[in-house]
Ligand binder design. Structure first.
Ligand code: ARG
Length: 563
């Protein structure tokens, strides 16, 4: 039973508001003594021209209490107290029947969503910012997929642009083939950095780079072959990362994919009378919108990043007929996306309003022990490896007899990193603090995973399968708080999708773990003498584990049965 809906329906019988409006007004009170659902009467006060307190009294007298233990008015609020035993029975049965599907909305969201995320650059390291994009994008994808949206995941690889001319030049001059095979991205980065150092002394190198890029654009065999080689080596490396993270894509159409799709877009812009000359370059003026011009073609006729994004948006609309096209990219590119989306709109594409930049903040480290090797780029591998190794040490200390320590450490270590990324509002900068992040009792990934493993351990000790003996007697506030928390899963997912904010589900997973641990600490489970109470509590443990598993899964984090 959907109690929130039930509350809304009961109110609707007596007031002139739409059901979904009422549902949105309904609140979850902060304290149990204020009930389980609360309807604030402020909005009605405006319509009915009466004081909210008066409306609350009137409603209380009109609404029947069926399915609720009581309904009370408190000031401007109408508070509903559910019949705890019925509520509990409903929720636990629902969870244990629906299992991995628990949390889904009853109706499929029939919408086409394109979600672009990760998008690292070929021949450059996958850095902590790309992991931020990957974690957010993957999680939003999982949530929307779970709710029945029809999603396409795109990895918009940075695999085109003048830098590849420079790289070809650097390759020909300084590349060490052995090193390239050993650690391709490291070697490609080394020669790319060297190119820039040398070009400072010898500017003609820049011309050489441009020349090679021109050859690449013209499809000359040797340059194309080299570019393909760089791309292949990079992709091999990236796929290892994605495998480790359990992330997949439906399309790897990166920037190079649009090389033959840009002319028509540039023509289109021109036809709309938007293309203007500016210092030899072709641009779209955006001063009316308080933005610098969007450069379409550089003075040497070359297209750039923005041109490829314009072509990509048009292509995606045509190919996927999206209701929403989401770009998970750092906030440092906000201006770029505003320029691109505004240009699309000026071209007459009303669908440009459905293009959404989902930005995120910067990644910082609390105690900068992690090597930053070159500049302030932090490599993803260093971050993940370090987290896995530290987790392994912790496990070795805490639970030396654990089987399969490596694989457990991997899930916990990677989970801890992803959890840290998804814990706060995405626009907030992230600070990685190793001790905090890997702690088993803070608001961390390991804490939530540990709660799951603790639940699993109780269920293992309980032995044979736990049957429904029909008893759902709530004997403590801790039990009921846990049940209520479990019941909120779906609304949290819906809210996270609405706001495009995975942290809502991350926080929810912490709430479940906390409520579970409170219950575990205050109610005896295995030692309960009364068989039916014991049975009910075990079912509550099982339901809690299921919800933690489902929530973490939506974040892209795996659970472990023992740790
Ligand atoms: N490759 C870019 C980078 O690493 C991100 C691409 C963002 N997506 C886009 N459609 N422009 O900064």
């Amino acid at each position: 039973m959907n109690y929130k809906k039930l509350v809304a329906e009961k109110i609707k019988e007596n007031v002139d508001l739409e059901l979904d409006v009422i549902e949105r007004i309904i609140e979850i009170p902060p304290k149990p003594e204020m009930g389980d659902y609360s309807f604030p009467c402020f909005q009605l006060a405006k319509v009915l021209r009466k004081a909210p307190n008066v409306i609350a009294v009137e409603l209380k007298n009109k609404i029947d209490t069926e399915c609720f233990s009581k309904i009370e008015n408190l000031g401007p609020y109408l508070n509903f107290f559910v019949d705890r035993d019925i509520f509990t029975k409903d929720i636990i049965n629902k969870i244990l029947v629906e299992k991995d599907n628990y949390g889904k909305s009853p109706e499929r969201a029939n919408k086409n969503i394109v979600i672009e995320f990760s998008s690292p650059n070929i021949a450059k390291p996958f850095h902590v910012g790309h992991l931020f994009s990957t974690a957010i994008g993957n999680s939003l994808y999982k949530m929307m997929d779970f709710q029945g949206y029809n999603c396409t995941r795109i990895n918009h690889l940075g695999d085109w642009g003048t830098q590849f001319g420079k790289l070809i030049s650097a390759y020909k001059r300084w590349c060490n083939e052995d090193e390239l095979l050993k650690d391709p991205i490291k070697e490609l980065l080394r020669i790319y950095v060297k190119f820039h150092e040398e070009a400072e002394k010898n500017p003609s190198l820049e011309d050489e780079g441009r020349m090679y890029f021109k050859k690449l654009e013209d499809g000359e065999e040797e340059e194309v072959k080299l570019w393909k080689k760089f791309k292949k080596l990079s992709l091999e490396k990236f796929s290892k990362v994605y495998d480790e993270l359990g992330v997949e894509f439906d399309s790897y159409a990166g920037e190079s994919f649009y090389t033959d799709k840009m002319d028509s877009v540039v023509d289109e812009i021109d036809k709309c009378g938007l293309l203007k000359e500016s210092n030899g370059a072709k641009v779209v003026m955006l001063d009316k919108y308080n933005m610098p011009p969007c450069i379409i073609k550089k003075s040497d006729g070359a297209t750039i990043y923005a041109t490829r994004d314009l072509a990509a948006a048009v292509y995606r609309k045509k190919t996927y007929d999206f209701d929403k096209c989401i770009y998970v990219v750092g906030m440092d590119q906000s201006l770029h996306f505003r320029q691109v989306f505004t240009t699309l709109k000026l071209m007459g594409n009303t669908w440009a309003n459905s293009c959404i930049h989902v930005g995120f903040g910067l990644v910082k480290f609390a105690n900068k022990k992690l090597s930053t090797r070159k500049g302030d780029v932090i490599f993803l591998e260093d971050l993940l490896d370090k987290s896995i190794n530290r987790t392994l040490q912790i496990i070795q200390d805490k639970n030396p007899d654990l089987e399969d320590k490596e694989s457990v450490a991997k899930k916990i270590g990677i989970g801890a990193v992803i959890f840290t990324y998804l814990k706060n509002n995405r626009e907030k900068d992230i600070i990685f603090d190793w001790d905090e992040m890997l702690s088993f009792d803070g608001e961390t990934g390991p804490y939530v995973q540990y709660s799951y493993a603790r639940g699993k351990s109780i269920l293992r000790k309980a032995g044979e399968s736990i049957e429904d003996c029909g008893y759902y007697g709530i004997n403590s506030e801790e039990e009921f708080e846990l049940v209520k928390t479990l019941s909120r899963f779906n609304s949290q997912i819906v809210n996270a999708i609405d706001k495009l904010e995975p942290f809502i589900v991350t926080r929810y997973s912490i709430d479940v773990a906390k409520a579970f641990n409170k219950f575990y600490n205050s109610c005896s489970i295995l030692n309960t003498e009364d068989e039916k109470i014991k049975n009910f509590r075990l079912r509550l443990v099982e339901a809690s584990c299921q919800v933690i598993k489902n929530a973490l899964n939506l974040l892209g984090i795996q659970v472990v049965d023992r740790m």
